[in-house]
Ligand binder design. Structure first.
Ligand code: MG
Length: 313
């Protein structure tokens, strides 16, 4: 009998601990039900995010990949800067091509590549353009919170997370922006965080030590998710020699609409730009790749749609 009582108490304690864990707000976000944009309660199983979020947070491979990408970004930035200086400063002495130059001049590009031919006219200073979320700042605690609280994404919860201004920098990210700055390359951030999120975004990035964490260099979304206009604004005064992002649309306009081939064709056509002008970081948790899949998939819930997509293989 005594044994039975002890076992019962242990089970009760264990279940209490589980409930506490499941309902504990992650990263300072409040618990309870969230309201979506239309004002209705948004409670939806987000278990399909578990593996991707765990990989992002707990796999050493993810960490290694970020270091690898930013190391690659440093090399590409330095090579492209040298190329830019060669083509503008000594057009009569065309120099031997670096691997980056060869890639950029391979004729397999969408026309956005650096031009290695000698150029005349006013020299524009070099710039690098980086996305913010899941490129420089790690928002995976928000994803984890969504799973624990069974909340699908909504702008109100996201804004509360952004307001905390406590997203951690991703491995190698701060160092890369400081390196670019040390080379004299102007560092710009083009993000689809909204202009209403400017204050906490600057606060967060400045506290983490990112270069140029100010309103002149952080270009946020005003009316459109397309980043084309904001890149064009930068190009009025600068030459963009490198772009870094976790979403292909961070890199070029041609990736904004994916066809029935999931955008594979566009990527294949630009394959020589990846690692030279474009640096892509891994994000298995969300992105245009997922939005486009869900848009066309049959099914009523997100999970149902994802399973149906798997059935198609
Ligand atoms: Mg991003």
């Amino acid at each position: 009998m005594k044994k039975l009582i002890i076992v019962t108490v242990l089970i009760m304690l264990a279940s209490c601990a589980t409930v506490r864990h499941a309902s504990a707000p992650a990263a300072g976000l409040p618990g309870g039900e969230a309201m979506n944009q239309s004002g209705s309660v948004s409670v939806e199983d987000q278990d399909h995010l578990i593996l991707a979020t765990l990989w992002y947070q707990k796999s050493a491979e993810m960490r290694a990949l970020y270091y690898q990408c930013f190391r690659n970004a440093e090399t590409a930035l330095k090579e492209n800067l040298e190329l830019q200086r060669q083509t503008w400063s000594a057009p009569e002495h065309h120099q031997a091509e670096s691997p980056a130059v060869s890639a950029l001049s391979a004729g397999e590009t969408d026309g956005a590549a650096l031009d290695h031919r000698p150029r005349t006219g006013p020299v524009k200073p070099a710039a690098v353009v980086l996305d913010i979320d899941e490129t420089l700042l790690d928002n995976s605690p928000f994803q984890g919170w969504q799973v624990l609280e069974k909340k699908s994404f909504n702008n109100d919860d996201w804004f509360r997370w952004v307001e905390l201004a406590r997203a951690r920098p991703l491995p190698g990210a701060v160092e890369f922006t400081m390196y670019a700055d040390s080379l004299g390359v102007e560092v710009f951030y083009v993000s689809n965080r909204t202009v209403q999120e400017r204050g906490p975004t600057i606060q967060n990035m400045a506290a983490m030590g990112f270069a140029n964490a100010d309103s002149a260099h952080i270009l946020l979304k005003e009316t459109t998710s397309s980043k084309a206009e904001r890149r064009a604004m930068i190009e009025n005064n600068y030459e963009i020699i490198l772009l870094v992002g976790d979403n292909l649309a961070d890199l070029g306009d041609s990736y904004e609409k994916r066809g029935a081939d999931y955008g594979f064709g566009a990527v294949d056509a630009d394959r020589r730009l990846f690692g030279t002008k474009y640096i892509v970081l891994p994000n298995p948790m969300y992105g245009n790749w997922l939005n486009d899949l869900l848009r066309t998939a049959p099914g009523s819930t997100e999970v149902e749609k994802l399973v149906n997509l798997l059935n198609g293989f």
